[in-house]
Ligand binder design. Structure first.
Ligand code: GCB
Length: 593
């Protein structure tokens, strides 16, 4: 699937704005076929946005099940004779869409795109009604998992991850055109040979018999630097300008489908950053150079719009990354909006790209996240069917993000149970699959303390060790000396495995404005000291090639006795004001870069 674009042959119309919206608490909209007519008793709802916090009503915020969205679009007059596609960048967690009365597409998974050709259901110059039912339910067979419990007070959604289950249409929706003959996929793989670069490309097209593929690679000034023909091939660039951390240099690969008379049937522009990624012993190499990750685990999380994509906050967050000296982040705990990855490419920010497989661990937090009493991997809980859904989520992530130079590492899960045989059986095929889908990038998963060094049965499948550790917070709370000793001992164990280690989470909940002379948990001073303690340990162990603090900013979670208005481990508050730790990190990271 190619992301919608305006090109010489393609045109897009965004369907963002206010849609009609209605909850369906009784779950009767499908049988009553609400898509057949204008949505009754609807309120207006912005797209893109999570619906939960837009309305001041707990029935909306905590709704479990279907919600309905509807809009009307006039198909542009000039689209006569074009192939028309309806494209969703995401709908959380699953959706079905209709154009007028015709069902056109269904999709499982809340963070990857889906689309359907709708040519036969629309007419240029006429209005079309688009209706979408979005279901936010999490089950044992969804990624992430959850359970709906029937209680005397109604249906309650439980889940095992530490962020609020925002849902809705979080990213832009498009109607776009292509010609009948059109490109359907482009893959680029780049290489380096001394000062020169290579770009291998592969294309797929549909209804394009007899058409020729022509590719032109242009540099950032628009000068053609290489050309080729054929559905796949290799382009060479002498004295290539590499993509590198801090230098988001991009070439433009224009792929054209040309008809027999030379007419351009389709044109698509693929941005290309020429760089290599490799793991060599305990080193993580970008362009053959050892790379040390600094940065954060983040969330897509904002007041009012929840997980809705917002360009202003995206740009601002990258400004703050730059201000603090961060060179990377992890898309914890799901694939982020594609605009974010495009922007990371242009900014030269390195990304660890994660699936939505989070909360697959019933032992965590003694069950504080709701997992008490369940077995993680079993025929009744996370099972073979879940693994198929997980495999599909990995396939869709790789298909979507394979061409982003910023993405250097796949994370196929966050903190799953990983010390049991069930976990080993579950994960091995998913590592194999990820490598088959993308042989060019390392693969890993994020490990947690229940599978501390010596206990984990899954990390041997990964190329890189990603560790989340809360020494000084969840363990040895308030005792940073004991924390430092225990952490160093564990980390030395991991270092003996001979793989690069990225500490993908470390941090402390910190209430902004709370101070203490003697560092006490929750104070700004304690957050600074806890980070310092971690850094002393990292600096003593060569295999540590990355430090990503949890978290970039405070974020919303379910309510509970360990969360005060959400998770407060942010180095910035939810509205992006710095805590003391932000200045301390800036001091460390700005010095080292
Ligand atoms: C973790 C999780 C993250 C939580 C964090 C915490 O290990 O990966 O989702 O928010 O800990 O603050 O407890």
């Amino acid at each position: 699937m190619l992301r919608p674009q305006d090109t010489a042959t393609r045109e897009r119309r965004p369907l963002t704005g206010l849609w009609r919206f209605r909850l369906d608490p009784a779950g009767k909209g499908r049988s009553e076929q609400w898509f057949r007519r204008p949505l009754a008793n609807a309120r207006e709802m912005p797209v893109p946005a999570s619906f939960n916090d837009v309305v001041a009503d707990p029935a909306v915020r905590d709704h479990v099940g279907d919600v309905w969205y509807q809009t009307t679009v006039r198909v542009p007059h000039g689209w006569d004779g074009q192939r028309v596609v309806l494209h969703f960048e995401s709908a959380t967690h699953r959706a079905t869409a209709w154009v007028d009365e015709a069902e056109v597409v269904s999709h499982e998974g809340g963070y990857t795109p889906f689309e359907a050709e709708v040519t036969e259901h629309v007419q240029a110059g006429q209005e079309a009604r688009i209706t979408v039912v979005v279901d936010n339910t999490l089950s044992w067979q969804s990624i992430p998992p959850g359970v709906v419990e029937d209680t005397p007070d109604g249906r309650r959604q439980r889940y095992f991850h530490d962020f609020f289950n925002y849902a809705g249409i979080h990213r832009p929706v498009w109607l776009y055109t292509t010609g009948r003959a059109h490109l359907t996929d482009i893959t680029v793989v780049t290489g380096l040979d001394g000062a020169d670069g290579s770009i291998g490309y592969r294309t797929k097209a549909q209804d394009a018999d007899g058409a020729e593929v022509i590719v032109v690679l242009r540099d950032a000034d628009g000068r053609a630097v290489a050309t080729g023909t054929g559905p796949s091939g290799m382009l060479m660039v002498e004295h290539v300008h590499r993509w590198a951390p801090g230098d988001g240099y991009l070439y433009d690969l224009e792929v054209q489908l040309a008809g027999e008379g030379g007419e351009v049937l389709d044109s698509y522009h693929q941005r290309v950053g020429v760089r290599t990624v490799a793991v060599d012993g305990t080193r993580f190499l970008i362009n053959g150079e050892p790379f040390h990750f600094t940065g954060f685990g983040k969330h897509e999380d904002l007041a009012v719009i929840g997980k809705g994509h917002n360009d202003a906050f995206m740009v601002h967050d990258f400004e703050l990354l730059n201000w603090i000296g961060a060179n990377s982040f992890r898309t914890s705990h799901y694939p982020y909006a594609e605009a974010v990855l495009d922007y990371a490419d242009r900014q030269g920010i390195v990304v660890i790209d994660e699936t939505a497989a989070v909360g697959m661990n019933m032992g965590l937090g003694g069950g504080i996240f709701g997992g008490k009493g369940y077995t993680t991997f079993s025929p009744e809980t996370i099972n073979d069917q879940t693994r198929e859904v997980h495999a599909q989520a990995i396939a869709e992530l790789v298909a979507r993000d394979k061409n982003h130079p910023s993405v250097v590492l796949w994370s196929i899960a966050n903190e799953p149970e990983s010390h049991t045989e069930g976990a080993e059986r579950y994960f091995q095929p998913l590592f194999d699959l990820t490598r088959r889908l993308d042989p060019t990038r390392p693969v890993g998963f994020v490990n947690e303390l229940l599978a501390a060094y010596g206990r984990c049965r899954v990390s041997r499948f990964g190329d890189v060790l990603m560790l989340n550790r809360y020494y000084g917070w969840y363990v040895h709370t308030g005792d940073l000396e004991a924390a430092e000793r225990a952490w160093e001992q564990e980390l030395k164990g991991w270092a003996s495995e001979g793989k690069p280690i990225i500490v993908t989470e470390y941090g402390a909940d910190t209430y902004p404005g709370l101070h203490s002379v003697v560092p006490q948990p929750w104070s700004e001073e304690y957050q600074v000291e806890l980070l310092d303690m971690n850094h002393r340990v990292f600096d003593r162990i060569d295999a540590v090639v990355g430090e990503q603090v949890w978290a970039f900013a405070d974020f919303a979670t379910t309510s509970g006795i360990v969360r005060v208005g959400g998770n407060k481990k942010g180095v910035f508050t939810r509205d992006r004001q710095p805590k003391a730790a932000a200045h301390a990190l800036r001091h460390r990271w700005r010095k080292s870069t």
